[in-house]
Design a protein around this ligand. Structure first.
Ligand code: MET
Length: 763
């Protein structure tokens, strides 16, 4: 019999229960017991659903109230010093690490968040140094294993592997200069051994140990560490399934195959070409091969015929008992269930498969390749064949005008008319002071805004009433910015439910869901639109709002758009045409919008590309091709304007070392970047390469409600000026403020303006 497995499941609850309960806990409206109770219900429902769908290996230990990497740090006592001795409960210490804490005399910033591999999920970067005392504060996989067992469900606990954990960590401020987190391997192993042996004693047959670092270029550096650590772990652990996902192992498979592990999981959705090589590498070992044939990243139905072909190849080489049919990665990245969607047409519903449906898919494929004679399995197979055929048929329709326009893009459309220096002079029309202050676009999305949108959705208020409401919001955002003295204003984005969804809803080619939320970080979930056909702009999307906002003030107003690469990366893309072609279609639509904004008198236009980097392939060999088309599509969308129009772009990450030349190549007049939590390494990169255009490194963190003092911001500006030309420096927060409350937003921005005034007087 071929077994089936799901590597990890969304932990947000089918109705966003976890968001609701943790946010209410943070607001002091509920207690820790209630949080535990709701978490238990969500876990129970996940396990029960997977069991009912016939999945053999059901994950446990993958649940999280905020982030699974942070859970691991908390469990292993990797708690940075600044969170010690604050008199907080373990849960509050955990949330302080996640989001900072500023209350009752405690004032600590949050840890650094980074994107998890090439996804839009963010994890809390472990901060380590030589003095860390690893110990097992609690055994989360064991607790959840027992919790499921009490419900009569046997699970396969999930543990983040030691080498990936250390490889993802950063050196803390207290670390010695040459300190590398991986040097802690021998120190962390005893804790892993304790955790794994406790699982074994509790009766776990298998443990899934996640080592996705192996699909990155970095993975190859750790051959010696894998070779020394895994035999030690295997000696005390249940059977270990070493899981790799999101990419290809390449030559790492050779040293992995030599480890005494019981199973290896590979991602065939992202890298089906690695199947033959993997089979060859393990065929003379007893290793079980877990085939990731059902995507954990895409919402499209799996083509069973393709999955079966891979499975049969593996079975004929290894035998049924050595093959598992799995999701390619955790299905954390896709929404919980299609069953919650009642506005999709039957045709659309038939194209997709969300997390629970993917669970049924692995179970069905496993049954088919096990030779099941069950009528329900045969019917599911036949239904899949029909659905896939219908979709292929639909894909034959393309929008000729869009395809032709893409085919006739010319080289000059990628470039601005004049070089930066000429544009800088022309942009004096904006009348900005030295150290211009600005924000990244959004202001708090208050309860009132969300309610108004919900009422519009339910038909409780009219389109006209909603418009009036939004106009008032814009007006108050403008007045607020004038009052506190910001220089380059924004309209505040109150009309946007989400920076991608808003555009998707106004473009042809997208479909939307009601309830298809996906965790981005902590309690922040997004509802990515799905690209289903060729994309084009039906009508201007933002112009009237920007025009209206500009009409209220004599200060310059920044138009605000989401860039093509970000719309693509934060949507669920089509899988039948390339991402490049989808991005080009988006770029042409945005180019028209940018030109329309200019024509409407908007002098500065920001095209955000916060997701440019996360789309970077995990293997360096694939970078050039991606960066080339991704950069080109940004240029295509922005280069249609005159010299006097100032283009901006925003990036929510600070890892610029490797992609720097591409950022320069984008040739935006001003870029703003997330910088408050990274050290000055980022800025030294810009200095080192001699970045020539204007730049606003974020001066404070927006992911936390903490208010930065003006002295703190002055200090940041001071250190930035050691790296950057003062005539090119903009002053802004790290990112948009939509998730913040007004109180902290006002306090923080007042301090920011204060600090910029200080800089003007001082420099
Ligand atoms: N303009 C957007 C905002 O301010 C940019 C966000 S980047 C994640 O919210």
């Amino acid at each position: 019999m071929v077994a089936s497995s799901v590597l990890g499941f969304p932990r947000i609850g089918a109705n966003r229960e976890i968001k609701k309960v943790v946010e209410s806990y943070w607001a002091g409206k509920t207690n820790a017991d209630e949080v535990t109770k709701v978490a238990a219900e969500v876990k129970k429902s996940n396990w029960t659903e997977l069991k009912q769908r016939g999945v053999t290996y059901i994950p446990s230990g993958d649940f999280s109230l905020y982030d699974h990497v942070l859970d691991h740090s908390a469990a292993f006592n990797a708690i940075p010093k600044r969170y010690h001795g604050l008199g907080l409960s373990p849960l509050d210490t955990y949330f302080a690490m996640a989001r900072g804490r500023q209350a009752d005399g405690v004032d600590v910033p949050a840890g650094e968040m980074k994107k998890w591999f090439d996804s839009n999920y963010h994890f809390l970067v472990p901060e380590l140094d030589q003095s860390v005392e690893f110990k097992l504060n609690f055994n989360k996989p064991l607790e959840e294993f027992n919790e499921a067992k009490a419900l009569g469900i046997t699970t396969r606990p999930v543990v983040l592997g030691p080498i990936t954990y250390l490889a993802l960590a950063k050196a803390s401020k207290e670390a010695k200069p040459e300190f590398e987190p991986i040097s802690l391997l021998s120190k962390i192993l005893p804790v892993y051994k304790q955790l794994l042996s406790e699982l074994k004693s509790a009766g776990a047959e298998w443990v899934q140990i996640d080592e996705p670092i192996l699909v990155t270029d970095k993975g190859a550096n750790y051959e010696a560490q894998y070779a020394s650590a895994y035999p030690e772990l295997v000696a005390v652990a249940p059977k270990l399934l070493l899981t790799t996902f999101y990419g290809r192992l390449e030559s790492n498979v050779n040293f992995i195959a030599k480890l005494p592990i019981a199973g290896l999981h590979i991602d065939l959705d992202r890298a089906h070409e690695q199947l033959d090589k993997t089979i060859a590498a393990i065929s003379s070992t007893p290793i079980v091969l877990s085939l990731g044939v059902v995507s954990g990243r895409s919402v499209w139905k799996t083509d069973f015929a393709v999955a079966i072909k891979y499975a049969e190849k593996a079975i004929s080489a290894l035998g049924q008992d050595r093959v598992i049919i799995g999701t390619a990665s955790t299905v954390l990245h896709i929404p919980v269930t299609l069953a919650s969607e009642n506005k999709l047409t039957e045709q659309q519903k038939d194209w997709f498969s969300f997390a629970l449906e993917k669970a049924s898919e692995v179970a069905t494929i496993a049954a088919v390749v096990s030779g099941s004679q069950d009528a329900a399995v045969a019917a599911a197979l036949e239904a899949n064949r029909t659905s896939i055929a219908k979709r292929r048929d639909f894909e034959k329709n393309s929008d000729d005008s869009v395809r032709k326009r893409v085919a006739s893009i010319t080289a000059d459309q990628y470039e601005r008319k004049s070089p930066f220096a000429t544009r800088l002079a022309a942009q004096k029309v904006l009348n900005l002071p030295k150290f211009p202050t600005t924000t990244i676009g959004s202001f708090p999305q208050t309860k009132e805004i969300r309610q108004a949108r919900a009422k519009l959705g339910k038909g409780e208020i009219s389109e006209a009433e909603y418009e009036e409401f939004i106009k008032k919001e814009i007006e108050s955002a403008v007045r607020f910015q004038e009052k506190i003295g910001l220089d380059l204003l924004v309209h505040g984005e109150p009309e946007r439910n989400d920076m991608v969804q808003y555009f998707g809803e106004r473009l042809s080619g997208f479909v939307f869901t009601q309830n298809a939320w996906v965790q981005s970080y902590g309690s922040r979930y997004v509802r990515p639109p799905i690209i289903v056909s060729d994309v084009s702009r039906k009508a201007p999307m933002t112009v009237r709002w920007s025009e209206y906002a500009q009409s209220l003030t004599s200060k310059p107003m920044k138009g605000m758009l989401t860039g093509p690469v970000t719309i693509l990366n934060w949507s669920f893309p089509r899988v039948d045409i390339s991402r490049e072609l989808q991005a080009q279609q988006l770029a042409l639509a945005l180019r028209d919008e940018v030109c329309d904004l200019e024509a409407a008198g908007i002098k500065a236009i920001q095209v955000d590309e916060p997701a440019l980097r996360e789309g970077l392939p995990l293997r360096r060999a694939d970078w050039d091709s991606y960066l080339n088309w991704a950069g080109n599509t940004f240029k295509l969308s922005t280069a249609g304007v005159g010299d006097h129009t100032q283009t901006h772009s925003h990036f929510c990450y600070s890892d610029f070392d490797d992609i720097f030349p591409q950022i320069q190549r984008l040739d935006a007049d001003v870029i703003s970047i997330e910088a408050s939590k990274s050290d000055m390494k980022l800025l030294s990169t810009f200095k080192h390469y001699g970045y020539s255009n204007s730049i606003g490194p974020g001066v404070y963190d927006v992911h936390s409600p903490r208010v930065p003092g003006d002295a703190e911001i002055q200090e940041r500006l001071k250190s930035m000026l050691a790296f950057l030309d003062q005539s090119l420096l903009y002053v802004n927060p790290d990112c948009g403020l939509k998730t913040r409350g007004w109180k902290e937003t006002e306090a923080s921005l007042v301090n920011l303006v204060q600090a910029a005034r200080w800089a003007r007087e001082t420099y």
